[in-house]
Design a binder for this molecule. Structure first.
Ligand SMILES: CC(C)(COP(=O)(O)OP(=O)(O)OC[C@H]1O[C@@H](n2cnc3c(N)ncnc32)[C@H](O)[C@@H]1OP(=O)(O)O)[C@@H](O)C(=O)NCCC(=O)NCCS
Length: 337
């Protein structure tokens, strides 16, 4: 849909002044779990389907209208995933606007995705592990939030409004080259799984082709304040990861401990002390979280990793015992090695 008439009429009176508008965004998924995206004609970037509500229009009805107008797809609304005041935007012509955005989860009902108006130059379905590199950051964040929808509409609690431009807040900026350690979002799940699969041990037990179980696991991790799944972000590319779990305990006079698992640095980025800085941050974070102990396990065959951890001050003081349990696809034995 082009700029709505009511906005043009307001612009006649307001000029470029800031206009507060009701916006809607859809995370539309099909039966294969793919998400519907369009490449915007105004900035050339891929994004979720979005639009402006007409005066008095019901939000869900307006959302379905936008989906159909932009992509030819008939969808149904399943839930409202989030509601946020977005950062102010200035358009190339100088118009300033700010949106109250309602983000809906929707499902494909019928219709082939196609370019259906002049707002998009391309329209298509994308698997979550094959999202376009130039997916707009704003869309990436809303998608990440919607994918972990747990029945409770998000508003401020995922930090959306607090860090509007930079993605999830940096936990640390590392050397060299300003690689950022940050909390993982759902859109990172595909890259993380590919990282842990790119390894002689991981290759036999991970399946980056089917992310459903990994996304379920991510939702559980993300909802638990005792967990932190972090990634190393090199200018938008995930090049490392680790997971921290804070475990209260009775032994050692009621000591809390931090378990560090699934430590990986991409083969392309090894040997630059990124792993060292990431694990040192994990140790500092363990102290900040009141832990008296930080622990990890690593496979007996990983001699390089043993040297790595010993250099960082860890001692191979215990034998780790594991038992694989037969619980279908959840594979609880496949933790950090
Ligand atoms: C172990 C790992 C996280 C270290 O990250 P990194 O950024 O390369 O580490 P740093 O640059 O800070 O330190 C280099 C040290 O890492 C270790 N290392 C280097 N290459 C490695 C590799 N291919 N595999 C394992 N460890 C390696 C070595 O101990 C090296 O020390 P050295 O210079 O004395 O040989 C990373 O190499 C990795 O992901 N390896 C594969 C998976 C793994 O072993 N994970 C840890 C156990 S779950």
């Amino acid at each position: 849909m082009p700029t709505p008439d009511f906005v043009l009429a307001l612009r006649d009176r307001l000029g470029h002044d800031l206009l507060w508008l009701p916006g809607v965004t859809a995370v539309v998924r099909d039966d294969e779990g793919r998400v519907l995206l369009g490449r915007r004609s105004d900035n050339g970037r891929w994004g979720l389907v979005s639009g402006i509500l007409e005066p008095g229009e019901q939000p869900a009805a307006g959302m379905l209208r936008e989906i159909e107008e932009e992509t030819g797809v008939i969808a149904r609304i399943e839930a409202m995933a989030g509601v946020w005041a977005q950062p102010e935007v200035t358009y190339p012509n100088g118009d300033r606007a700010q949106y109250l955005d309602l983000c809906f989860l929707a499902r494909h009902v019928s219709g082939r995705a196609r370019v259906n108006d002049d707002e998009s130059t391309e329209v298509g379905w994308f698997a979550l592990d094959a999202l376009p590199d130039d997916l707009a950051e704003n869309s990436r964040r809303k998608l990440a939030s919607a994918l972990t929808f747990d029945g409770r509409t998000r508003w401020l609690d995922d930090g959306y409004a607090a860090v509007p431009h930079t993605g999830p807040a940096a936990l640390a900026v590392l050397e060299p080259g300003g690689v950022v350690l940050r909390r993982a979002v759902a859109a990172d799940v595909g890259p993380i799984v590919r990282l842990i699969a790119d390894d002689q041990l991981g290759a036999t037990r991970e399946d980056p082709g089917d992310l459903a179980a990994y996304l379920r696991a991510f939702a559980a991790i993300d909802a638990d304040p005792a967990q932190l799944l972090a990634v190393l972000d090199d200018d938008g590319t995930v090049v490392g990861t680790m997971q921290l779990t804070v475990i209260p305990g009775l032994s050692r006079s009621g000591a809390t401990r931090c378990q560090v698992e699934a430590v990986r640095v991409a083969a392309s980025h090894r040997g630059q002390r990124l792993g060292e800085q990431m694990v040192r941050w994990a140790v500092d974070e363990s102290v900040r979280r009141g832990c008296a102990l930080v622990q990890l396990t690593t496979d007996k065959s990983r001699a390089d990793a043993h040297r790595f951890y010993e250099r960082l001050g860890f001692t191979a003081s215990h034998e780790g015992f594991k038992m694989a349990l037969d619980v279908g696809t959840h594979r609880p034995d496949e933790e950090h090695r």
